[in-house]
Design a protein around this ligand. Structure first.
Ligand SMILES: Nc1nc2c(ncn2[C@@H]2O[C@H](COP(=O)(O)OP(=O)(O)OP(=O)(O)O)[C@@H](O)[C@H]2O)c(=O)[nH]1
Ligand SMILES: [Mg+2]
Length: 334
């Protein structure tokens, strides 16, 4: 084949693969074609929260049965628990339905909606950016989605004019900073790296110094994945946070990234992290789970706000968690 033929074949292959990836992603999102839209609109798009949709379908089937009986409420409770909402939140919802004794499916749905919204209300989910620069530390267990979240956050903050800089404080995994560099290049932000195996707290501090010197509005620190049972690693996390405050700075956010698919197990892991001073949760991989109800369980049981959800592997796939939008998606039957 001539060189031109090779190039044309390669281009055709890339187009076909891209098309397949796009189709798979659209299907996974349960939304058909997703037009390209501005970020503001995407926030209200419940089809971007596919992980919660399965429950809506099941609930619709349940509530469409003729006659609302105790049996239906018990099944409803089971469905809510199966969606990883947690026994406590599921109990509150069913209690509200029993109390009001709705005459039909529509009324029942409204009671459920109101109760879920009540459970999720009164929580400040805004990202705190109150430093100069603001310091954000991203923590979590191995493979939860930390580095991807750092990149997505950097993209968001860059877009809103905060001029972020990233600190690559995962000095354990040899490929970690390469992964971050690739993301940073794509997002258009700078990364401060340390040497492999070096002290992560020192890298975090260097990033803060560099951020200050370069007039950054935010420093986002990526950390190594760790198991919550490893005492010295948790100590190291505390040290990173302590060292960042050495010059009188306050860490604005310590964001715990949790894999939504790990559900209740994730909660057990999260409790140990909370002790290092976590200020908010990012639920990653909401697109890959049918158990999106975990957002309610996390918030209730950890008493921490879910601030963002990850809905894909792309840099734009991080959306602020919004209670009513989430509840709409949860109750949406299609
Ligand atoms: N579908 C989907 N995949 C995600 C999401 N967030 C992260 N991932 C994927 O999850 C995998 C792990 O992500 P990383 O960001 O490397 O996770 P990490 O917590 O930094 O991993 P370690 O540093 O090894 O502990 C990658 O393949 C990501 O593309 C998400 O919201 N949705
Ligand atoms: Mg990582």
């Amino acid at each position: 084949m001539s060189p031109v033929g090779w190039v044309l074949s390669a281009v055709a292959a890339v187009v076909v693969v891209s098309l397949i990836v796009w189709m798979v992603r659209s299907r996974a999102a349960g939304s058909g074609a997703l037009p390209t839209r501005g970020r503001g609109e995407r926030l209200d798009d419940s089809s971007r929260q596919p992980g919660v949709r399965q429950l809506g379908m099941r609930m619709q089937a349940l509530l469409s049965r003729p006659g609302m009986s105790e049996e239906v409420w018990q099944e409803l409770e089971e469905e809510l628990i199966a969606a990883d909402m947690g026994v406590e939140a599921a109990g509150l919802v069913v209690e509200a339905v029993r109390r009001t004794d709705p005459p039909g499916a529509d009324e029942a749905k409204e009671v459920i909606r109101a109760e879920l919204n009540r459970i999720l209300s009164g929580v400040d989910r805004r990202l705190r950016l109150d430093g100069d620069p603001s310091i954000l530390v991203v923590v979590g267990v191995n493979g939860a989605g930390k580095t991807t979240t750092v990149a997505k956050l950097a993209a968001r903050l860059n877009e809103s004019g905060h001029r972020p800089i990233i600190g690559a404080a995962d000095t354990y995994r040899p490929a970690a900073d390469t992964q971050l560099m690739t993301w940073a290049e794509r997002v258009g932000v700078q990364v401060v790296r340390g040497r492999s195996g070096g002290d992560p707290a020192a890298v975090a501090y260097d990033a803060l110094q560099a951020g200050r010197a370069r007039g950054a509005g935010a420093v986002i620190v990526d950390t190594a994945g760790r198991f919550q049972t490893r005492h010295n690693l948790m100590e190291e996390l505390s040290k990173i946070i302590r060292v960042l405050g050495r010059d009188g700075d306050r860490v604005s956010e310590v964001l715990l990234v949790m894999d939504a698919a790990t559900g209740q197990n994730g909660l057990a892991q999260a409790r140990r992290f909370v002790e290092v001073g976590v200020t908010g949760i990012v639920l990653a991989k909401m697109d890959g789970t049918a158990k999106g109800g975990v957002a309610l369980a996390v918030e209730r049981e950890l008493s921490l706000p879910v601030k963002f959800i990850g809905v894909g592997e792309g840099v734009e796939d991080l959306i602020p968690f919004d209670g009513p939008v989430f509840v709409d998606a949860l109750l949406s039957p299609a």
